[in-house]
Design a protein around this ligand. Sequence first.
Ligand code: CTP
Length: 226
Amino acid sequence: MKHSVHKQESAVHRNDKRFRLLITAGPTQEPLDPVRFISNYSTGTLGYLLARQAQKIGHEVALISGPVNLPLPEGVKFIPVKTAEEMYRETRKLFLKSDCLIMTAAVCDFCPATPFRQKIKKRKSLGLKLVQTRDILCEMGKIKGKRVIVGFALETGNLIKNAREKIKGKNMDLIIANKVSRKEVPFGKNSLKPLLMFKDGTIQKMPVYSKSRLARIILRKIEMIR
Ligand code: CTP
């Protein structure tokens, strides 16, 4: 497999392989009480760009999305969700009917153990018990078959080591890893400087790319893997 970015990118519109693509995007929201939730800063930008571009080049696209502020991509089957558990259920339903899963969603790793039924009233301090949510990618990795799985990683350190552990642990074909620091958060930005790691251990360090260009590159890589 060759991973020359520019060659592959320019070939996107000449491709005539069509496949069923399942994309998850945006944050999940985990309810704390009737008026509050735990979430993250994900804006869904890359997932929606991927959905739009994939649909334009002829792939059949389903988009499972947490709450975001973006226009719906045309011609895409859209499934809105809120919690990690809902996202898991919808992904599980569509995964086996898909050829590829791209998991751009920023799934909350924790949710309140028991959401309060009543609004939590003001008090001096409040202890919260959070429990782990289901790891959607990991679950899909177990039933992968010949499907292509693409995941993302956000890391504050040890980018390569952690990406390697995640790609193996979740049975992915490709992982797009991004560094995060208190100053550098990829959420809401128009560009990224990611590292691409493939199942066979090949690593490609990318320059700063717009999310739109990165979406094109990711789609091309998937077409090459399939
Ligand atoms: N992911 C998932 N289900 C979760 C958490 C994450 O499917 N409950 C997916 C994300 O969509 C992403 C990949 O797993 O594609 C890696 O997410 P990341 O947050 O970087 O890593 P985690 O596996 O959550 O591990 P950690 O937060 O400990 O780094």
